[in-house]
Design a protein around this ligand. Structure first.
Ligand code: LLP
Length: 415
């Protein structure tokens, strides 16, 4: 559920008219709803309330400082994959001890930055990383708390680009290797074993693969316990999906009801790393129709947002809902491909959509709060869109639209 609703013939973000916000701030414009973000974070927090737990919001989904700050105020932890994301979390008031650092290619500099900040856990993805982290930590006279990210080799049945838990994927270490590496980790000077982690993919519409992965991890936990290696937490990663069209999603409460009985009596703190399920439905991308082009084979609705603003449709062939901000009753609907102005045939936001639009009308791409702005680029020298957070009756500009000076910052001519 979100707080974007059609009222009095116009789309609203909480209590504000989306058209009025677009007139005031221009388009393309990302609009987020604070109430929706909070609601989704709380759904996870409450689902796990009966056990010690920490919900680490995956910063990559939407890393705007205001978004992070709203979640930090609720006590969220954060899942990061770079030094840049760590700096964002700290700038937004996040608690470093509730940060988990994931990612297959952490540099020594990033490791140092994270150790200085005092992050809660490194999710280590290879033997080479384990040794490097130990050396970096030992050189500073500290121990890095780690979990190994195990790759349980289960099929999350999602888009191949966002499946992360198969042997063929670059992430994590196999269960067999994990057993060996935990024994090695126990003897390394710069390492403290804290937990065990896995992440099998994103936009999961069934939690059976997650439970399958969990069972495989728990078997490993038992084997390691016999060897005297014990864990404080288990990170049960795998992103629950959101509804873009008519998908049947798994609610956090449902997932927790399946998960928690399997963990009963083990004394493991439960960690998770949701990104999309918290931010996805909390955002819209608002765009204006620049031109309508009626062709022999196809009609094009050319809008001012493009693949550089929202790459999910073309990158994953993702279907994202496109709605009219002020639906027209006075215009006949036509079938359009909704495309941007970027010079690529792949620059589209939606194909074969029924729209009753005129030039100048506003459209909104729904469920664009996750992996929308964070994947935006400056391709075609387009400044990135402005971002707005609506909170009840007020709207806050949380990122200014980029202008030309932003685009060329750091560039110089030859002498
Ligand atoms: N933790 C780890 C280690 C991850 O790899 C991911 C996502 C997450 C957490 C967050 O997963 P979520 O709850 O958002 O499903 N750009 C793609 C999604 C890539 C996700 C990669 N990893 C998209 O737009 O669909």
């Amino acid at each position: 559920m979100d707080h974007f609703t059609l009222r009095d013939g116009a789309l609203h973000a909480e209590n504000l008219s989306v058209a009025a916000l677009a007139d005031r701030h221009g388009t393309p414009l990302y609009i987020y709803s604070r109430a929706t973000l909070e609601r989704h974070y709380r759904a996870f927090d409450e689902a796990l309330a009966s056990v010690p737990h920490c919900v680490h919001y995956a910063v990559k989904a939407n890393s705007n400082l205001a978004v992070l700050n709203v979640l930090a105020r609720l006590g969220a932890g954060f899942d990061i994959v770079s030094g840049g994301e760590l700096s964002r979390v700290l700038r937004a008031g996040g608690d470093a001890r509730k940060v988990v650092f994931s990612g297959v290619g952490k540099t020594a500099v990033e490791m140092q930055q994270a150790l200085v900040a005092g992050v809660g856990c490194f999710n280590v993805e290879s033997e080479s990383e384990l040794r490097r982290l130990s050396a970096v930590a030992a050189a500073r006279g500290v121990r890095a708390r780690i979990a190994l990210r195990v790759n349980p080799d289960v099929d999350a049945k999602t888009h191949p680009y966002i499946s992360t838990g198969l042997k063929a994927n670059k992430f994590g270490v196999s269960l067999a290797e994990a057993e060996r590496l935990y024994r090695e980790a126990a003897s390394l000077p710069g390492i403290e074993i804290a937990g065990i982690a896995s992440h099998i993919g994103s936009q999961l519409l069934d939690d059976a693969p997650l439970l399958d992965a969990l069972d495989r991890m728990l078997a490993l936990v038992d084997r390691l316990a016999a060897a005297g290696i014990h864990f404080k937490h288990i990170d049960v990663g795998g992103g629950l999906g959101v509804r873009y069209r008519d998908e049947k999603t798994v609610e956090p409460a449902e997932w927790a009801a399946h998960l928690l009985p399997r963990l009963a009596g083990r004394g493991l703190e439960v960690h998770c790393e949701p990104g999309r399920a918290i931010a996805g439905n909390a955002g819209l991308l608002v765009t204006r129709v620049e031109a309508l082009k009626v062709g022999e084979e196809k009609n094009f609705c050319i809008v001012d947002a493009a693949m550089n603003d929202l790459i999910r449709p073309t990158l994953y062939q993702a279907w994202m809902d496109i709605v009219q901000v002020q639906p027209r009753l006075d215009e006949a609907a036509r079938t359009y491909d909704v495309v941007g102005p970027v010079c690529e045939t792949g620059d589209w936001l939606g194909k074969d959509r029924q729209l009753a639009v005129r030039e100048g009308d506003l459209l909104a791409v729904r469920t664009a709060g996750a992996y929308g702005f964070t994947m935006a680029s400056n391709y075609n020298s387009r400044g990135r869109a402005a971002e707005l957070m609506v909170d009840g009756d007020s709207a806050h500009l949380i990122r200014a639209r980029e202008d030309f000076e932003d685009l060329v910052r750091g560039e110089t001519l030859l002498p």
